[in-house]
Design a protein around this ligand. Structure first.
Ligand SMILES: Cc1cc2nc3c(=O)[nH]c(=O)nc-3n(C[C@H](O)[C@H](O)[C@H](O)COP(=O)(O)OP(=O)(O)OC[C@H]3O[C@@H](n4cnc5c(N)ncnc54)[C@H](O)[C@@H]3O)c2cc1C
Length: 465
């Protein structure tokens, strides 16, 4: 755990006394062990905050931010710390503000297909509560059973179902946020449409906790699709798998997942796939459809035919929910096995235009040779969001891994892509922001930050150098 290098004054006993008075004794955590835990995220890195506040009400958040504004100490919002960009690491010390205990589903309105939640609700808990009422909350980051909806909104989280259903931003109708000066604003609507004023909801969603602390979300729900079917196909090489993806999408099918694994990934998890031909295959595609039972059955069958026409050696239908879950387990097991087998492991989540996925992935062996690293590629083929896991077995190969990351990002940008599709910029990618955004765009973004947070006290050190 690193010690923060910070231009802010340390939290003195007198400041801690005022925080205690503002948020209450029970909400303030000062013991080093707990502070250490709240100072980390899923990147594995962390910094020790001087204090943690575990809020249970929006009033506590208002009181803390008012005090932070008056005394100019930094506050870093935190959901459940599953972020992969270092966004909730308190690099400037000060207070980590945990929203994890603000975890009530306040009201589900099945008639209007809307739900009001606090930010600490776990994504999977909302999915479950909605399902029990015949409703559906689509955003599905792979971390859905541990990440918070506030964190999802702050990072605009996505997942496999984005190809059909879009990202978190498409489901946030409105929100409450506490600004760095302690004011609480309510943005957006509780209706399906609304265009009054600037769209502050969409600005706050994806702002990675740098503009306001989200204390309530109004989310859109859908009716639960009655049927889901899953198909997996093995291809001799990646270009033929990507050809199938393009054909599926251009023919107007609407799969709710189109996930691929490359050859390196098949080497790692091929033992979990109960089919012949895995060893010889160059790529694996998982295709899923949901909707009315008859149309789903027809659509999945036709998409299977498209796979075979595009060169798949085999295409298998998962016949029941258990086999379906097993196929998804294989997809999820990939990252675990990659991480387990490497001393250095950096997950990048780039996006390229659909027609250029194969070009990107086919170019990876040259980068592996040049930098002496291993790069595993898998992810959301349906929206071009590729998880490139850049790894080395040698703990001393950090410079080579860093070199490979930079070369990969340059190539992605040259292909017309973007350096992050879901994980965000946070700490780990801020040095690459200027590669993608022009100087004018960065200037406007810095000015927006200044309007919201002139004292630079909310999540400092993130997004911008
Ligand atoms: C195994 C694994 C799989 C993953 N798969 C995916 C995936 O498929 N798709 C995807 O998008 N991500 C994925 N992630 C990344 C991560 O789960 C998401 O970024 C998630 O949205 C973070 O939520 P969190 O509650 O953990 O937020 P945290 O990590 O606590 O915080 C993330 C950012 O949000 C800010 N923040 C959190 N809560 C609030 C709030 N209430 N108000 C303002 N700012 C706030 C923080 O300051 C920080 O900048 C994965 C992570 C892991 C470990």
């Amino acid at each position: 755990m690193d010690t923060p290098h910070t231009p802010y004054s340390p939290l003195t006993d007198s400041i801690l006394g005022r925080i205690r008075k503002a948020v209450g004794e029970k909400a303030l955590i000062l013991d080093a062990c707990s502070r250490e835990e709240f100072g980390r995220d899923a990147t594995g890195s962390g910094c020790l905050p001087e204090a943690v506040v575990e809020a249970t009400t929006a009033e506590q958040v208002v009181a803390l931010m008012r005090l932070a504004n008056e005394l100019q100490f930094p506050v870093t919002p935190r959901g459940t710390g599953t972020g992969l960009a270092g966004g909730s690491i308190p690099v400037s010390g000060g207070v980590v503000l945990s929203l994890a205990r603000m975890n009530r589903i306040m009201d589900i309105d099945p008639g209007n297909l809307v739900v009001l939640v606090e930010p600490g609700v776990i994504n999977g808990d909302l999915k479950k509560a909605a399902r029990e009422l015949g409703l559906f909350y689509p955003p599905d980051p792979a971390s859905f059973d541990t990440c918070s909806l506030g964190g999802n909104a702050a990072t605009n989280a996505g997942g496999a179902s984005c190809v059909k259903y879009g990202t978190t931003r498409d489901y946030v109708l409105g929100l409450d946020a506490v600004l760095p000066n302690g004011e609480l604003i309510r943005t957006g609507v509780q209706t399906r449409k609304g265009v009054v004023g600037y769209d502050l909801t969409r600005l706050l969603v994806g702002s990675e906790g740098t503009l306001g602390v989200i204390t309530r979300l109004v989310l859109k729900l859908l009716p639960l699709p009655p049927a889901v079917m899953t198909l997996v196909a093995l291809f001799p090489d990646l270009p033929s798998a990507m050809h199938a993806v393009m054909k599926i999408l251009s023919k107007g099918y609407a799969p709710c997942a189109l996930e691929f694994l490359d050859r390196h990934c098949l080497d790692l998890v091929g033992d979990l796939l109960p089919f012949d031909g895995v060893r010889e295959a160059g790529a694996f595609l998982l295709v899923e459809a949901d909707g009315a039972p008859r149309s789903v059955a027809r659509e999945i069958e036709e998409m299977g035919e498209v796979c075979l026409e595009s060169g798949a050696g085999q295409a298998f239908l998962a016949p029941d929910a258990v086999k379906r879950a097993r196929m998804w387990d294989v997809r999820k097991e990939v990252s675990l096995r990659i991480e387990r087998g490497a001393s250095i492991y950096v997950p990048e989540d780039v996006v390229v235009p659909l027609g250029r996925i194969a070009e990107l992935v086919e170019g990876l062996p040259e980068l592996e040779d040049r930098f002496g690293v291993r790069i595993y590629a898998f992810g959301h083929a349906g929206d071009g969001n590729i998880h490139l896991n850049i790894t080395s077995r040698s703990p001393g190969a950090l410079a080579q891994v860093q070199g490979a990351i930079e070369a990969v990002l340059d190539r992605v940008l040259a292909l017309g892509g973007t350096i992050s599709g879901e994980h965000g910029i946070g700490l780990v990618k801020k040095r690459f922001m200027a590669k993608e955004l022009c100087g004018e765009s960065l200037r406007v973004q810095r000015e927006i930050k200044r309007v919201f947070d002139p004292g630079h006290i909310l999540n400092p050190g993130k997004l911008f150098e």
